[in-house]
Design a protein around this ligand. Structure first.
Ligand code: SF4
Ligand code: SF4
Length: 284
């Protein structure tokens, strides 16, 4: 089962849920791979403390122009869906930071003026965190687009009963790259007006990708019903509620797993694991 843990905005507790759930499922005898897809700021290693065994470079192909051969016909710019090429009457410009490495421009160029060259993007780290297989993708400094690194990190994940993808925050391309081929999406939110607004956006993304999803409310407090109302309206289940407890924030700031610092949370994550198993098997 491939499970993505995402949130409409940063700081909601996404990594707390992803890491604690990974350890909980492993404790239940399941094989688990945790993949940190937050390539711009990966932090799952702080809580899982893995022993790393391998480091791989993640590269991508980008177009290179031979100005001597270019006839300025404009076919490449017309083909590129990402506006990464500007064909001017006397000059053709390639904006590598906008390129999605589809390779199309090199194929449509009638004069062979475009070739592809390898460009370093980031690094993939693999290891073991106790019984949990650990994978992490990290973008190189100065590289603007993380989806190619996320793609390589996902491909590097060793097979397991559960693959848990810790998604980047927000609802833009990196989150979509993480979530799009998952069996299920867990959206982590908090009961604040910002949390509610961003949850609504994330629910729209899940719907547009046709990925089934459920919600975990972090820092839950009694009497706050707006999140419940939104989920009811969207027909999405609330899978778990994590209480607002200073011990969880302290554990986070010390790089400790919340379920280790607050034993009562083990029950919350065990129930979440049961609930997810039921949700996934109901859809299988
Ligand atoms: S490889 Fe694809 S995305 Fe990149 S510039 Fe060429 S057509 Fe555009
Ligand atoms: S398709 Fe080839 S020849 Fe035409 S503008 Fe692009 S690089 Fe130049």
């Amino acid at each position: 089962m491939k499970l993505a843990i995402a949130s409409g905005k940063g700081g909601t507790g996404k990594t707390t849920v992803a890491t604690n759930l990974a350890v909980t499922l492993a404790g239940l005898g399941q094989t688990v791979t945790y993949v940190d897809c937050d390539a711009e700021a990966p932090n799952g290693h702080l809580f899982l403390n893995p022993t790393l065994s391998e480091e791989r470079r993640a590269d991508r192909l980008v177009p290179r122009l031979d100005p001597e051969r270019c006839t300025h016909c404009g076919a490449c710019a017309e083909f590129c869906q990402f506006n990464a090429i500007a064909a001017l009457p006397a000059r053709t410009l390639i904006y590598e930071e906008l390129c999605h490495s589809c390779g199309g421009c090199a194929r449509v160029c009638p004069s062979g003026a475009i070739t592809e060259t390898t460009q370093p993007m980031g690094v993939i780290r693999l290891g073991e965190a106790g019984p949990v297989h650990f994978v992490s993708g990290t973008l190189d400094v100065g590289v603007a687009t993380s989806p190619p690194v996320i793609r390589v990190a996902k491909q590097a994940a060793p097979p397991a009963d559960w693959t848990i993808l810790d998604a980047p925050p927000g609802t833009s391309c990196p989150m979509i790259e993480t979530v799009r081929d998952c069996d299920y999406l867990v959206l982590v939110t908090e009961p604040t007006p910002f949390g509610l607004h961003d949850l609504a956006l994330a629910l729209e993304v899940a719907q547009s990708l046709s990925v089934p999803c459920g919600v975990v409310i972090n820092r839950a407090q009694p009497g706050q019903s707006e999140t419940h109302a939104l989920c009811r309206q969207a027909g999405v289940p609330i899978l778990a509620e994590i209480p607002d407890d200073i011990a969880i924030a302290r554990a986070y700031s010390h790089g400790r797993l919340a379920s280790e610092a607050l034993p009562a949370l083990r029950t919350v994550f065990a129930r979440l694991a049961d609930r997810l198993t039921a949700e996934l098997y109901a859809r299988a």
